[in-house]
Design a protein around this ligand. Structure first.
Ligand code: CTP
Length: 398
C-alpha cells in the first residue's frame, strides 16, 4: 500500500475529465490514501459531490462558507494534516487562478493558504487550443517556477472532437505520479539507461527464438529510477507491458538491435542497468522467406553465431556509466554470479534463481559486489526495484 497513512486533498475543477477522477479516487483509496475531495462549483456540473463522497468515503467540500468545520475555516483546516494537494482535472481557468494567487472560492483559497512545504500537483485538462493559448503557456511557466508540479497533459483525441495536447493523464498514470511524489529523490539529475524484457532472434520472417522474460523486473526498475528523480530511458525487447509514465522507451526485437540502441547512448548516462534476458546466439542461416514444411524434404537445420554482449561492451567503454548486471541462474547462484560479475567487469551484479521468477510479480534478489554478496528481503518487484535503486544511489554517492 504505497499511500498508506497519506492524506490527499483531491481538488476537482470544471472539465469533462472529472469522470475519470472518480476512478482516480478509488485507486487512491485502494492504495491506502485518505482522500478529502474539494470541488469547485464548475466541477459539480460534471460529477456530483454525492458520487465523490461515496468513492472517497468522506464528505465533500465545495463551498467556502461551510459550517461543518468548527471554526468555519475549511481553507485552513483541510490542508494542515494533508501530505499533498492534487488538482485533477485542472482547468485553464484554475491554472490562471493559481498563477495569480486568486482566492475567490474554497479550492483556490485553500491552495493559496497551504503550507509552503505541502506539495501541489495539478493535472491540466482542456481543449488543445486552450492549452496552446499564449496566456495558458504563461500561466503554466509561472506555475512551474512557483514549484507547482504539472502532471501532463497528454496528447490525443479530446472529448470535444479535436485532437492534440490537453488530455488529462489517465487515472493509472496520475496514481503513479502521486506515489512518485513521496519517493526520495535519490537519483535527482541522473541519467539512467535500462534494458528489459526478452530478445527475439528471427529464424525466418514469421518464426523466431525468444525466452520467458516478461520484462516486469526491468520495467519496475525503470519506474523506481524515475520515481527517484532520474531521467530514464528503457530499451525494451518485446513485452506486453506499458512503459511507466515519464520513461522514454525504445522498442527493439533482437539482441543486435538492443546493442545498437544502447551503445550510442551509454556514454552519456550515469547508470546502466542491464536487466534484459538477451539471447546469447542469433540464427546465422536465417531464411529470407518463410520456411515451408514440405520444401526442404528434411528437418530444417539451424546454425548459430554469437550475439554481442551489451553489458560487457558498455562496461568496456573508456568512461563507462555505473554498470549493473543481472544474472538469472538455475543453480549455483553464488558461484556463477560472482564469476559473471568479474567476467563482465561490472561493479554490481544482481542475481536471482530464475527462471521460476520469470513473469511473476515477486522476486528474490542477491547483490554481488567486490565486498561479497547480500540478499534483499524477498518481495514485490516494485518494492525490490526501489531497494535496488537505493543501493545503486548509495554506491554512486561513494
Ligand atoms: N547481457 C547482455 N548482452 C548479452 C548477454 C547478456 O547485456 N548478449 C547481460 C544481461 O542483460 C545481464 C547479464 O549480461 O545483465 C548476464 O546475462 P546472462 O544471460 O545471465 O549471462 P551470460 O553472459 O549470457 O551467461 P550465461 O547465459 O552463460 O549464464
Amino acid at each position: 500500500m504505497d499511500l498508506a497513512g497519506k492524506k490527499i486533498v483531491l481538488g476537482l475543477t470544471g472539465g469533462i475529465a472529472c469522470y475519470k477522477v472518480a476512478e482516480l479516487t478509488r485507486a487512491l483509496v485502494k492504495t491506502g490514501a485518505t482522500v478529502q475531495v474539494v470541488m469547485t462549483r464548475a466541477a459539480t456540473q460534471f460529477i456530483t459531490p454525492v458520487t465523490m463522497q461515496a468513492l472517497s468515503g468522506h464528505p465533500v467540500f465545495h463551498d467556502q462558507w461551510d459550517a461543518r468545520i468548527d471554526n468555519n475555516m475549511p481553507h485552513i483546516d483541510l490542508t494542515r494534516d494533508a501530505d499533498a494537494i492534487v488538482i485533477a482535472p485542472c482547468s485553464a481557468d484554475f491554472m490562471f487562478k493559481l498563477a495569480h494567487g486568486a482566492c475567490d472560492d474554497l479550492l483556490s483559497t485553500l491552495c493559496v493558504a497551504r503550507p509552503m512545504t505541502l506539495p501541489l500537483l495539478i493535472a491540466p485538462a482542456m481543449n488543445v487550443e486552450m492549452w496552446q493559448n499564449a496566456a495558458t503557456r504563461r500561466n503554466a511557466a509561472q506555475l512551474k517556477q512557483d514549484g507547482i508540479v504539472l502532471l501532463g497533459p497528454d496528447a490525443g483525441e479530446q472529448a470535444c472532437g479535436e485532437t492534440g495536447m490537453g488530455r488529462m493523464l489517465e487515472p493509472e498514470q496520475l496514481l503513479e505520479e502521486v506515489i512518485a511524489c513521496f519517493q526520495p529523490k535519490l537519483l535527482a539529475g541522473k541519467r539512467v539507461l535500462i534494458t528489459a524484457g526478452p530478445t527475439f532472434e528471427a529464424i525466418d520472417p514469421v518464426r523466431g527464438i525468444t525466452n520467458l522474460s516478461s520484462g516486469k523486473m526491468g520495467y519496475a526498475i525503470a519506474r523506481a529510477a524515475r520515481e527517484a528523480g532520474a531521467e530514464v530511458t528503457l530499451v525494451s525487447g518485446p513485452t506486453a507491458l506499458a512503459a511507466p509514465y515519464g520513461v522514454g522507451r525504445i522498442d527493439v526485437l533482437s539482441a543486435q538491435q538492443m546493442h545498437d540502441a544502447v551503445l550510442p547512448r551509454a556514454a552519456s548516462q550515469d547508470v546502466f542497468i542491464a536487466v534484459a534476458a538477451v539471447a546469447d546466439w542469433k540464427v546465422s542461416n536465417r531464411a529470407e522467406s518463410k520456411i515451408k514444411k514440405d520444401a526442404c524434404g528434411a528437418m530444417p537445420s539451424l546454425a548459430f553465431e554469437e550475439n554481442p554482449d551489451i553489458l560487457a561492451a558498455v562496461a568496456a567503454l573508456p568512461s563507462p556509466p555505473y554498470c549493473v548486471g543481472f544474472a538469472a541462474e538455475s543453480e549455483n547462484l553464488i558461484e556463477f554470479a560472482h564469476a559473471k560479475r568479474k567476467k563482465k567487469n561490472v561493479p554490481l551484479l544482481v542475481g536471482n534463481l530464475g527462471p521460476q521468477t520469470f513473469g511473476k510479480d515477486s522476486n528474490e534478489l542477491v547483490l554481488f559486489d567486490e565486498n561479497g554478496h547480500a540478499s534483499l528481503p524477498p518481495g514485490d518487484k516494485l518494492v525490490l526495484a526501489r531497494r535496488l535503486i537505493a543501493e545503486i544511489a548509495a554506491r554512486l554517492a561513494n
